[in-house]
Write a protein that binds this ligand. Structure first.
Ligand code: KIV
Length: 272
């Protein structure tokens, strides 16, 4: 269990980095999962737009809407007491103009109850990040593999293989820090690049498929708990096989109902 008992706030993450303590983050999309992660002592719960893939069954994150995110953020918020709740801004809710970004991030905070938003990109979103921070909405950046650019990237591929990609990532990370982002996710990049960015920035880096030198780590909970085996990336450590457990339990239930074992005993107990 983490030492800090009170609710996690944005400045706590930078303090963790200064003290060399790792930050833990997992995704959740509903109150039930959020309650469990919170009980276990996770620092940050991300309502990721991975929602589109692991919950809605889409092949990428592009069809997730702001209404979807508000709905699920609110559910996660309702299940969380201690963890910091961050909501992803979905595709086209912040790229069109600063005014749209302010309105849409505002909904995630006001209606969803998020403490902060996450958005993808570096230099291209600097103006949006600055404005959101200026009006009091904390922003987490996200660079490297940015799933909302899946078509431009030509798939969910590792980034930073070419020197120009590494240079661009460094520039993006510096720009996000200068624009006021409080942390940045580094996704699917080489560990030495992640280590370099982590050493250079004073804000925390949160890695996913980016090696051990980031200030914290994030995983999609459905990947980590064996609920999305068909789509989990190779760097994921599977901490539980909940998918198998649910299939097993469902088979047992089917057999019980078909044989009459359920609800016979329970019905007798309830009737007493
Ligand atoms: O949408 C998501 O779950 C994310 C994480 C992979 C960082 O952005």
């Amino acid at each position: 269990m983490n030492k800090q008992e009170r609710a996690i706030r944005i400045p706590d993450l930078a303090a963790r980095k200064r003290r060399g303590e790792k930050i833990t983050m997992l995704t959740a999309y509903d109150a039930a999962m959020a309650r469990l992660l919170d009980r276990a002592g996770i620092d940050v719960i991300l309502v990721g737009d991975s929602l589109g893939m692991v919950v809605m069954g889409e092949e990428n994150t592009l069809r997730v809407t702001l209404d979807d995110m508000v709905h699920h953020t609110r559910a996660v918020r309702n299940g969380t007491k201690r963890a910091l709740v961050i909501a992803d801004m979905p595709f086209l809710t912040y790229q069109t103009c600063v005014a749209d970004a302010v309105r849409n991030a505002g909904r995630l905070v006001q209606e969803g109850g998020a403490a902060a938003v996450k958005l993808e990109g570096g230099q291209a979103v600097a103006e949006v990040v600055s404005r959101l921070v200026e009006i009091g909405i904390p922003v987490m950046g996200h660079i490297g593999l940015t799933p909302q650019s899946v078509h431009k990237l030509g798939g969910f591929r590792r980034m930073g293989r070419r020197p120009d990609e590494v240079e661009q990532m460094l520039e993006d990370a510096r720009t996000l820090e200068k624009s006021g982002a409080f942390a940045v996710v580094l996704e699917s990049i080489p560990e030495e690049t992640a280590a370099g960015i982590t050493a250079e920035l004073s804000i925390p880096t949160i890695g996913i498929g980016a090696g051990p030198y980031c200030d914290g780590q994030v995983l999609v909970s459905y990947d980590a708990f064996g609920l999305f085996e068909e789509g989990a990336p190779p760097f994921v450590k599977v901490y539980a096989r909940l998918g198998d457990a649910i299939v097993e339990a469902t088979r047992e239930y089917i057999a019980d109902v078909e044989s009459g074992r359920y609800p016979a005993a329970e019905a007798k107990r309830a009737a007493r």
